[in-house]
Design a protein around this ligand. Structure first.
Ligand SMILES: [Zn+2]
Length: 277
């Protein structure tokens, strides 16, 4: 299993504009890339990973993959120049119907929307060797769409990107990491070779786990994510014993909850309190 790191923005944003902490400050990002270079980590492209998985080979030791979701403008202006200093590559997942626009879906998450890449910048990144993938046409929650609508988001984004970038688009990333087996089958049938998800569900070429890198990552938390420890923790949690343990804990929590008297019952027995207030 290869540690795949997920970034969104590399920018200095005030906390109130980025409540989810998805923007990593440029100096922190530089430190993180320096750490990987200093410790002789080897950067693979997501296409290498797809190939390794298809052939059933073991990944080289100390390898990692970098991905950026949404395709923000600062990936071109800030992140990629830093990556090039270290000889690293990355995959950037673009929202094909929002190129030259902004991430207006971020308003739903309480975050400020950001400027997205233009077609010119995306073509420049492809020319410089970065891999470009699809992140749908409009960034919907795919599991909430019916098959034809979801397939249009998945397939048409690929066709549009390939047409405008004049480059193959073989990898996909689920918006909000929202996927299920039905959506994964649609992605596969649209011709992609691999897809990136979040950190829940079984690992497969169309459900590659990623460790999200955030503003508040410390050197230790970043080192754990890059080392694969984070992915091993997910593997343990998603294994049959891990799933069994989680089910037991859930049942235990539910039975404890049932034994506790409800708040309304407690309040009803308290003559000094009105349960309706
Ligand atoms: Zn996204």
């Amino acid at each position: 299993m290869i540690p795949i790191l997920m970034y969104h923005q590399v920018a200095e944003l005030p906390r109130e504009l980025d409540p989810l902490g998805l923007a990593v400050p440029p100096d922190r990002f530089l430190q993180q890339m320096s750490y990987l270079a200093l410790h002789a980590y080897r950067c693979l492209s997501l296409l290498d990973v797809a190939c390794i998985l298809r052939e059933g080979r073991r990944a080289p030791a100390k390898s990692f993959v970098l991905t950026f979701d949404d395709g923000y403008h600062d990936v071109h202006s800030t992140a990629c120049p830093i990556l090039e200093r270290f000889g690293f590559t990355a995959t950037i997942f673009l929202v094909a119907g929002r190129m030259d626009a902004s991430s207006d879906w971020m308003g739903q998450e309480g975050s400020r929307s950001g400027v997205l890449l233009s077609w010119v910048e995306a073509r420049d990144l492809a020319r410089r060797g970065f891999v470009l993938g699809s992140h749908t046409l409009s960034h919907p929650r795919l599991t909430q769409l019916d098959d034809p609508s979801a397939f249009a988001e998945i397939r048409d984004s690929r066709l549009l990107l390939e047409d405008r970038l004049c480059a193959p688009v073989d990898v996909f990333s689920y918006p909000y990491s929202d996927s299920d087996p039905r959506i994964e089958r649609l992605v596969e049938s649209a011709g992609y070779t691999a897809a990136c998800a979040g950190e829940v569900g079984p690992w497969s070429p169309f459900h590659l786990w990623r460790a999200q890198c955030v503003r508040d990552d410390t050197t230790l938390s970043f080192a754990l994510k890059a080392s694969g420890w984070y992915h091993r923790r997910i593997a343990l949690r998603e294994s049959p014993p891990g799933l069994f343990l989680r089910r037991c804990l859930r049942m235990l929590r539910r039975s404890r909850g049932n034994r506790k008297p409800s708040r309304v019952a407690v309040l009803s027995n308290d003559p000094g309190r009105d349960p309706e207030r």
